[in-house]
Design a protein around this ligand. Structure first.
Ligand SMILES: *Cc1c(COP(=O)(O)O)cnc(C)c1O
Length: 343
């Protein structure tokens, strides 16, 4: 991978905004450099633009370097920045699997970048060769999601590796649900693949969706580009401090994951007993994709009963499918109770 060739010319030539807090980050007696209000401590001060402390903690947990981490206002920020850094509007394209997470396409559309979607097979697996066949000299990014949303399955590791070896652009591997999966993250393989960018998030296993904090892991070369073009203070003070505090409770996260995975197993058993359930797809995530007779009718019925699930009926390969998040035991019981009332 040649990052100089991949980058858009305007981004390569860009002089990034240099904030006061960026130019001076040491210890000082007084800060009179950023036109901050001297009152209302600590909210009067701009937050650390590069989130050094938080990245240090994350790096220790993940076994990588702080310089290999980008933090964004949700994973969505990293997705958008990748388009803005690498894809010339109206010229370049990206290749993605289908079905998958909707934000890749939305971000692409906002940036006027074509998405070449390659259907998964009936087992929701990808074909590396089919994806490579769709790529051309204008293909800058490749989007994979494992475990995939909304299908719930892990993608084949060997197909992913084939893409990492053969694709000359950046391979984005979204691991938002990896904590719930039976296989390990691709993070440990990062040193082998300079074109790998892994997305993870605090929104799912960590239970911090409200904080808006997403992570991207990649070579320092790629991370430097994202840092160069992000908003200077993209992660606010409250998010940085709260995430730092909650990261101490990794045992709690592991306990939640264990509970949710156990509940997922129970939910599969209960759903399979229902005569109108056609198929419960295997899941490595915190949700289940369930094919039913008249999924939309059942979706509407559940809504009336106050139980909100996601109707994925209009998504490729997901006809008559609902996506159901695994909740608390009591919430899952209520769902099953309401579905049993239909009999
Ligand atoms: C939920 C989810 C995310 C998380 O997005 P955030 O912006 O970090 O909340 C990312 N990717 C996928 C596939 C998801 O389902």
């Amino acid at each position: 991978m040649n990052i100089e060739k991949l980058l858009r010319r305007n981004i390569k030539q860009l002089t990034a905004y240099s904030s006061a807090r960026h130019e001076f980050s040491g210890e000082a007696v007084v800060f009179l450099d950023a036109n901050e209000n001297p009152y209302n401590t600590p909210y009067n001060r701009y937050p650390d633009p590069l989130q050094i402390e938080l990245k240090h903690t994350i790096a220790q947990q993940k076994g990588c370097l702080p310089t290999q981490i980008f933090l964004g206002n949700g994973s969505d920020e990293a997705i958008d920045l990748l388009f803005r850094a690498f894809c010339n509007p109206g010229v370049d394209n990206v290749v993605s699997i289908s079905p998958t997470y909707g934000m890749y396409k939305v971000s692409a559309d906002i940036n006027d970048v074509e998405v070449r979607a390659v259907p998964l097979n009936e087992q929701f697996q990808l074909s590396a060769s089919a994806m490579l066949a769709k790529a051309d000299e204008h293909t800058k990014l490749l989007f994979l999601c494992s475990p995939n949303n909304p299908t719930g399955n892990l993608l084949s590791a060997s197909e992913i590796e084939q893409l990492l070896v053969s694709f000359p652009g950046i391979v984005v591997l979204d691991e938002a649900y990896i904590d719930f999966a039976a296989e390990a993250s691709f993070l440990s393989r990062m040193p082998q693949y300079p074109n790998l960018l892994i997305l993870q998030t605090f929104s799912k296993a960590w239970g911090m969706a409200g904080l808006r904090l997403g992570m991207a892991f990649a070579s320092e070369e790629i991370i430097t580009v994202l840092n160069k073009i992000k908003y200077p203070y993209n992660i606010n003070l409250l998010t940085q401090e709260k995430a730092q505090e909650l990261l101490q409770y990794e045992a709690q996260k592991l306990e939640w994951v264990k509970e949710i995975v156990q509940e997922r197993v129970l939910l599969v058993e209960e759903l399979k007993k229902l005569p109108f359930v056609v198929q419960v797809y295997p899941s490595d995530a915190n949700f289940l994709l369930v094919k039913m007779h008249d999924a939309t009718g059942i979706y509407d019925y559940l809504l009336e009963e106050g139980v909100v699930v996601r109707n994925r009926s209009n998504v490729l390969l997901c006809a008559d499918c609902l996506r159901i998040t695994v909740g608390l035991p009591s919430e899952n019981e209520l769902l099953i109770e309401k579905l049993n009332d239909l009999l």
